[in-house]
Design a protein around this ligand. Structure first.
Ligand code: ADP
Ligand code: MG
Length: 556
C-alpha cells in the first residue's frame, strides 16, 4: 500500500468541490461516463491501428450499478496502471489550473458549470462520495491496481487481484461510497434520467443494473430479479439524417460533448457527399468558454474518422479565431492512423477545414441578417475572436468585415461597417474611429467635438484588440478607415482654408513650438476642435499610443 499526497492544486480544488459547489451535483455521472467513453475510444483506436491489440476481442461497454450506499461505474477501456493512477488521479496536468481556480465566482451554478468545462471531471465525484475506490488494469498488462481516497489531501495505491478488482481483463471500475448528498442518485430513475440528459449519445452502450420486484399471480411480492438494460441510444448522432433529428436531440448532444449545462446558442449540421464525404456538427455556446483567451485553451472540436474517435486535442481543426466552436468533424476519407503532423497538411483535412470555415461564416452571416437578437448575444461573447480573424484569415476578410461590430457615437449597441457606410454624409471621405481603453473617456474626447458638430459618425473602439486589428483593415468597400487621433483625419472637417486666420495665429504657433522644443513633431492650427483649445494627435506614420505601450511591454 503506497501513500501519496495530491498535488497542491488538486487539494485546493477538492476543497472547493466539497465545500462550495452544491448545484448540478448530478454532473459527476456525466464526468465519469465521459472518462469511460474516452478510455473506450482509446482502446478501440489501438485495436484498429496497433498490432499488439489487433487480436483483442473487445466489445466496448459501460456498466452502472448501485446499492443503498454506493454507485459503481465500470468500463472495459484502456485502463490505468499504478503510475497512470498516481499521475491522472493525483495531479492536474493542465497548466491552466490556477487560472481556473481564479475564475471561480462563488456563484455555485456558474462554478459547477466550470468544473465540467475545465475537465476536472473525475474529482467532481467527491461532491457525492465520502470515499472513492478505483480498480483498474491497463490493456496489455497483467496487474490490476486499486486507488483509494477520501479526497482530503491524500490517496493510496496498491496492487490487487482480479477478484479484488471485481473484473477480468482490462478496464476500470470506480466505486463511489456515497455521502448524504449522493443518496438521491443511488436509484434507477435518477441514474437513467441523468444519463439520458448528458450522455445519451456517447458512442458506446451504457447498461444499468437494477433489481426488479417480482409478483405472483395474486399480485403479491415474491422477491426481486436482477435486470440489466441499456439506457442510452449509443449512436453517432451526427450520422443520422437531419430529418430524423429534433432540436432537443441536438441540444442534448451538445451537453454531452460541450460539457455545458445550458443549451447552445445555435448549431450547424452539414452532411457533405461528393468528392469528399464528411459530416460536421458545430455548436456555438451561449457563453464564451472560460479559457477563450488562455494560450493553452482546450479546443472544442473532436475529429472522427468513420465514426472512430481520433483526437479532441488538435488546435488546427479550425482556425484559432473560431476556437469557441464546439462539435464534431467525421471524415470518411482520412486514414485511421492519420498522424498529427500529417493532419496539418493533409489535403482532405485542409479541404474540410476550409469548407467548415465557409459554412460557419455563412451561418453567422445568415443569423446577423435574420435573427438580430441571437446575433447580439453572439457578438456580446465572440466579437473579439472574430476580429482576430481579420488579421489571421485574409481569405475571408471581406466576410469577417461584415460580421464584426463596433460601438458608435450615433447609435446605442452594436453597429456594423455597412450601417456606418449607409449613414455617411454625402461627401464624407472616410470611416472615422477613435481607439483607447475606456469607452467613456473616448466618448468625451475633445477629438470628437468637431465631428459631432458636423454630424459625422465616429466608431468608438475600446477593445484592446481594435488597436492591433483595425489599422490593418485599410478600407471597407473602398472607403478608408481613419483614426481621429491621426493628423490626416481632418479631411472632412476642413472649412475653406482661412489664410487670414492662419497668418494671425502664426506667432502663437511659433511660441508653442519653441516652448515644447523636441518633445513634439509639429504644431498646427486645427479645424478639428470646437470647444477645447488644443489637443495632441499622432502623425499619420507613427504608431498609436496603445501600440507604443504594447511595443514597449514587448521590449521593443
Ligand atoms: P479529463 O477527462 O479532462 O482528462 P478527468 O479528471 O475527468 O479529466 O480525468 C483525469 C484522467 O484520468 C483522464 O484524462 C484519464 O487519463 C484518467 N481516467 C479517468 N477515468 C478513467 C477511466 N475510466 N479509464 C481510464 N482512464 C481514466
Ligand atoms: Mg474527464
Amino acid at each position: 500500500m503506497a501513500k501519496h499526497s495530491f498535488q497542491t492544486e488538486v487539494g485546493q480544488l477538492l476543497q472547493l468541490i466539497t465545500h462550495s459547489l452544491y448545484s448540478h451535483k448530478e454532473i459527476f455521472i456525466r464526468e465519469l461516463v465521459s472518462n469511460s467513453s474516452d478510455a473506450l475510444d482509446k482502446l478501440k483506436y489501438l485495436t484498429l491501428t496497433d498490432d499488439q491489440f489487433k487480436e483483442l476481442s473487445f466489445e466496448p461497454r459501460i456498466d452502472i450499478s448501485f446499492t443503498d450506499d454506493g454507485i459503481t461505474i465500470q468500463d472495459n477501456g484502456i485502463g490505468m496502471n499504478e503510475a497512470d493512477l498516481t499521475e491522472h488521479l493525483g495531479t492536474i496536468a493542465k497548466s491552466g489550473t490556477k487560472a481556473f481556480l481564479g475564475q471561480l465566482t462563488g456563484d455555485t451554478k456558474k462554478d459547477s458549470n466550470l468544473i465540467g468545462q475545465f475537465g476536472v471531471g473525475f474529482y467532481s465525484a467527491f461532491m457525492v462520495a465520502d470515499t472513492i475506490d478505483v480498480f483498474s488494469r491497463r490493456a496489455g498488462e497483467d496487474q490490476a491496481y486499486q486507488w483509494s481516497s477520501d479526497g482530503k489531501g491524500e490517496f493510496e495505491t496498491a496492487p490487487v487481484s482480479s477478484e479484488q478488482a471485481g473484473f477480468e481483463g482490462q478496464g476500470t471500475r470506480i466505486i463511489l461510497h456515497i455521502n448524504e448528498e449522493g443518496k438521491e442518485y443511488a436509484n434507477r430513475w435518477q441514474i437513467e434520467q441523468v444519463v439520458k440528459k448528458y450522455s445519451n449519445h456517447i458512442a458506446f452502450p451504457i447498461f444499468l443494473h437494477y433489481d426488479e420486484k417480482q409478483y405472483d399471480d395474486k399480485g403479491k411480492e415474491k422477491g426481486t430479479e436482477a435486470k440489466v438494460s441499456q439506457i442510452n441510444s449509443a449512436n453517432a448522432l451526427w450520422k443520422r439524417p437531419k430529418s430524423e433529428l429534433a432540436e432537443s436531440d441536438y441540444h442534448e448532444f451538445y451537453k454531452t460533448i460541450g460539457h455545458d449545462t445550458e443549451d447552445p446558442l445555435f448549431y450547424l449540421h452539414t452532411q457533405a457527399e461528393g468528392t469528399l464525404e464528411y459530416t460536421t456538427l458545430f455548436y456555438v455556446p451561449k457563453k464564451a468558454p472560460f479559457d477563450l483567451f488562455h494560450a493553452d485553451y482546450k479546443p472544442g472540436v473532436k475529429l472522427y474518422v468513420k465514426r472512430v474517435f481520433i483526437t479532441d486535442d488538435d488546435k488546427e481543426l479550425l482556425p484559432s479565431y473560431l476556437r469557441f466552436v464546439r462539435g464534431v468533424i467525421d471524415s470518411e476519407d482520412l486514414p485511421l492512423n492519420v498522424s498529427r503532423e500529417i493532419l496539418q497538411q493533409n489535403r482532405v483535412m485542409v479541404n474540410i477545414r476550409n469548407a467548415s470555415v465557409k459554412k460557419l461564416l455563412g451561418e453567422f452571416t445568415r443569423i446577423a441578417l435574420e435573427d438580430k437578437e441571437t446575433y447580439k448575444s453572439f457578438i456580446d461573447e465572440f466579437n473579439r475572436p472574430l476580429k482576430e480573424g481579420l488579421y489571421s484569415d485574409y481569405a475571408n476578410k471581406e466576410q469577417l468585415l461584415e460580421l464584426v461590430r463596433f460601438k458608435s457615437t450615433k447609435e446605442e449597441g452594436w453597429v456594423s461597417l455597412e450601417e456606418y457606410k449607409s449613414r455617411m454624409l454625402p461627401d464624407q471621405k472616410a470611416i472615422y474611429y477613435i481607439t483607447g481603453e475606456k469607452e467613456h473617456v473616448l466618448r468625451n474626447s475633445p477629438l470628437l467635438e468637431a465631428y459631432k458638430k458636423k454630424d459625422i459618425e465616429v466608431l468608438i473602439m475600446d477593445d484592446e484588440i481594435d488597436e492591433i486589428v483595425v489599422p490593418g483593415i485599410g478600407t471597407y468597400k473602398e472607403v478608408e478607415l481613419k483614426a481621429v487621433n491621426r493628423s490626416d483625419a481632418g479631411e472632412d472637417l476642413k472649412e475653406k482654408k482661412d489664410k487670414k486666420k492662419e497668418k494671425e495665429t502664426q506667432p502663437v504657433v511659433e511660441k508653442i513650438k519653441k516652448a515644447l522644443g523636441d518633445r513634439i513633431k509639429d504644431v498646427r492650427v486645427s479645424v478639428r476642435l470646437a470647444d477645447s483649445p488644443s489637443c495632441i494627435v499622432m502623425d499619420e506614420s507613427d504608431p498609436s499610443f496603445q501600440m507604443q505601450a504594447m511595443l514597449k511591454a514587448m521590449g521593443q
